[in-house]
Write a protein that binds this ligand. Structure first.
Ligand SMILES: *Cc1c(COP(=O)(O)O)cnc(C)c1O
Length: 495
C-alpha cells in the first residue's frame, strides 16, 4: 500500500514520501502528514530479537512507501554505523526507578543525530527518484543541537548546501563551538540577533517567499529543511521507541503487551510526537509525559486547551527546549481535528495573528494520552543532583527536566507503569550547568576545565565530539538581524 502525504493546511495533497522529504515544508506553510498512520506489521514479540537497524527498516518502510527495500536498507546501513559509539545505537540505562533511553551516542552527542544521520541519505535517494537537477539548500533554524547534527550530516554531501541560523547568546558554549568550527565547503553558520522562535519563523518565511523561490530556481537551487518540520526527521524518531520497548521485553523488565509510559523533554514537539505515532502504530504506551522547562507553553496548553505564546521567552539551562512556538504540535492539532485541514489552518492563522488559539473540547479529549508537566531551573538542578547522588548516573539538563517531571507525576498520581525517559543529550554538552547542579558554582573557569571535572565526576571519558572542539579553528563568524535572514541566504549562495 502506498501512503500519500498532504499538508496539514490543505494546500498540497498527493505527494509521495520522497517528495514530502524533498520539500520539507508545504508551500502553504503546513507540515506534511501521511493520509493514515500505518500499523506495525510484524508481531511485537519479533522486535525483541531485532537489531537497531532491522527495527529501523521494519518501522520506516511503513512510511517511506516509495523507497525500495534496497534503497531504504542502504540508507539505514550508512546512517547507523560506527558513527555511533555503541553497537546498540540507543542503549537503555536503568537508574533511580526509570529507564533512560540514551539517544546521544551519535556524532554530535544529542538526540538530533538519531534522525539527522539518516536524513541526508533519504534526501539523496529522494532527489534521485524525483530527477531533481537543482542543488538542495538545507535551511535550518536551531536551538542548539539540530544545527550541529545537520551540519555533520550534510557537510560535503554532493549536490547539497546547508545554512544554519542560531540565536546569538541562546545556546551553550559547547553547542556554539561545535557549530562555528564546522568544516565543509558547503556549510554556513549564522548567528541571529534574536531567539530561536525568531530564527524558526524567519526560516519559514523564506520558504513561503514565492519570488525568492523562483530566484533560487533560476540559479539552480531549491530549499529543503532539516528541522523536525520535515517528515524525514519524524519517521526515524519513531524507531527508537519501538526499539526501547523491545529491549524492555528482551531484558525481562516487562512482558510483551504490557503498557509503558514515555517521558520526553520537549521543545518543538517533534520527539514526543514520534512517541505518539509509535503508540498509534500499536506500541503499548499508556501516557505520554510532555516535559517543559520555564517556557511552559505546552504545559499550559495541555492543562487549559489554550495555546498562548504571548509571554516572555526565558533563557534556561536547557536551551534546546527554549521555544514558545512548538511547530510539530500542528501535526497533533491536525489529527485531533479529525484531519480537518481547514480547522487547523484557522487555528494556525490565529496563532500568527493573535499569538494564541483555543482547541475544542473534542480535540482536547483526543489528546487525552498526553500529560503536561514542567520543571523550574531549581527543580531541574535538584533532579540532576538526586539522580547522581542516588546512583552515580549523570544526566544532562534536558533529561533533567524530563526526569523531574516524571518523578513529580509519579508522586502525584501513584502511577507505577514502567517509564522510559528520553535522554536527549550527553551531559558533556552542558557541562557547566550539570556540574553546577551536582557540585555548586564552578567559578570563572574555562569551559574545558569544567568538561574535565565532569569527566572525573561522572567517571566517563570525554566524548570525541567535545575533544574535537577543544582546539579547532573557528570558521564561521557571520551575524545578522532577523529581518536580514533572506538576504544573507542570497549572499551565501552568490545570488
Ligand atoms: C531538540 C532537543 C529537545 C527537544 O526536542 P523536540 O523534538 O524539539 O521537542 C530536547 N532536548 C535536547 C537535548 C534537544 O536537542
Amino acid at each position: 500500500m502506498n501512503l500519500s502525504y498532504q499538508s496539514t493546511r490543505g494546500g498540497e495533497t498527493g505527494l509521495t514520501a520522497s517528495q514530502a522529504i524533498l520539500k520539507g515544508l508545504a508551500d502553504d506553510g503546513g507540515l506534511f502528514m501521511p493520509n493514515e498512520i500505518p500499523k506495525l506489521d510484524v508481531p511485537l514479540e519479533a522486535f525483541a530479537g531485532y537489531s537497531y537497524q532491522e527495527t529501523a527498516y521494519r518501522v520506516m518502510r511503513l512510511f517511506l512507501t516509495d523507497f525500495t527495500e534496497e534503497e531504504l536498507r542502504g540508507c539505514i546501513a550508512r546512517a547507523y554505523d560506527s558513527k555511533f559509539d555503541t553497537e546498540e545505537i540507543a542503549p537503555l540505562t536503568k537508574a533511580d526507578g526509570a529507564y533512560y533511553l540514551e539517544l546521544f551516542h551519535g556524532r554530535t552527542i544529542a538526540f538530533k543525530d538519531m534522525a539527522l544521520s539518516i536524513l541526508p541519505h533519504l534526501m539523496i535517494v529522494s532527489a534521485r527518484k524525483n530527477q531533481v537537477k537543482n542543488d538542495i539548500v538545507i535551511l535550518t533554524a536551531t536551538s542548539g543541537d539540530t544545527g550541529k547534527a545537520a551540519l555533520a550530516g550534510f557537510a560535503d554531501v554532493p549536490g547539497t548546501r546547508i545554512i544554519v541560523f542560531y540565536p546569538k547568546g541562546g545556546v551553550s558554549r559547547v553547542q556554539e563551538l561545535q557549530m562555528i568550527t564546522q568544516k565543509g565547503d558547503n556549510t554556513a553558520v549564522v548567528s541571529i540577533h534574536g531567539n530561536f522562535d525568531d530564527a524558526q519563523t524567519g526560516v519559514k518565511k523564506i520558504f513561503g517567499d514565492r519570488a525568492f523561490g523562483k530566484q533560487l530556481d533560476d540559479a539552480g537551487f531549491q530549499l529543503s529543511s532539516a528541522n523536525s518540520i520535515n517528515i524525514g526527521r519524524l519517521v526515524p524518531q519513531i524507531v527508537y521507541y519501538v526499539y526501547a520497548y523491545a529491549k524492555l521485553v528482551e531484558n525481562g523488565e516487562i512482558r510483551c503487551g504490557d503498557e509503558i509510559n514515555i517521558t520526553v523533554p520537549t521543545g518543538n514537539f517533534g520527539n514526543i510526537l514520534a512517541a505518539y505515532i509509535a503508540k498509534q502504530m500499536g506500541l503499548p504506551v499508556k501516557t505520554l509525559l510532555c516535559a517543559s522547562n520555564d517556557n511552559k507553553v505546552l504545559y499550559d496548553f495541555f492543562r487549559t486547551g489554550v495555546y498562548d505564546r504571548r509571554r516572555d521567552f526565558v533563557l534556561t539551562s536547557s536551551p534546546s527546549m527554549d521555544i514558545l512556538i512548538s511547530s510539530n504540535l500542528e501535526r497533533l492539532i491536525y489529527l485531533s481535528a479529525g484531519c480537518d485541514a481547514a480547522k487547523n489552518r484557522e487555528l494556525m492563522a490565529e496563532l500568527s495573528s493573535k499569538g494564541a488559539y483555543t482547541v475544542t473540547e473534542e480535540m482536547r479529549r483526543f489528546m487525552g494520552d498526553f500529560y503536561g508537566g514542567f520543571a523550574t531551573e531549581e527543580e531541574n538542578a535538584a533532579e540532576i543532583r538526586k539522580v547522581y547522588e542516588d546512583t552515580g548516573y549523570v544526566i544532562d539538563t534536558h533529561t533533567g527536566v524530563a526526569s523531574a517531571v516524571y518523578r513529580a507525576y509519579v508522586a502525584a498520581s501513584g502511577d507505577a507503569t514502567p517509564t522510559v525517559i528520553a535522554s536527549t543529550a550527553s551531559p558533556f554538552k552542558f557541562s557547566r550547568s550539570v556540574m553546577t547542579a551536582i557540585a555548586g558554582g564552578q567559578g570563572d573557569v574555562d569551559e574545558f576545565a569544567i568538561v574535565d571535572r565532569l569527566s572525573e565526576t561522572a567517571n566517563l571519558a570525554v566524548p570525541q565530539a567535545v575533544e574535537e572542539i577543544r582546539r579547532a579553528d573557528i570558521r564561521h563568524t557571520r551575524e545578522c538581524e532577523i529581518a536580514d535572514m533572506e538576504s544573507v541566504v542570497a549572499e551565501i549562495l552568490g545570488l
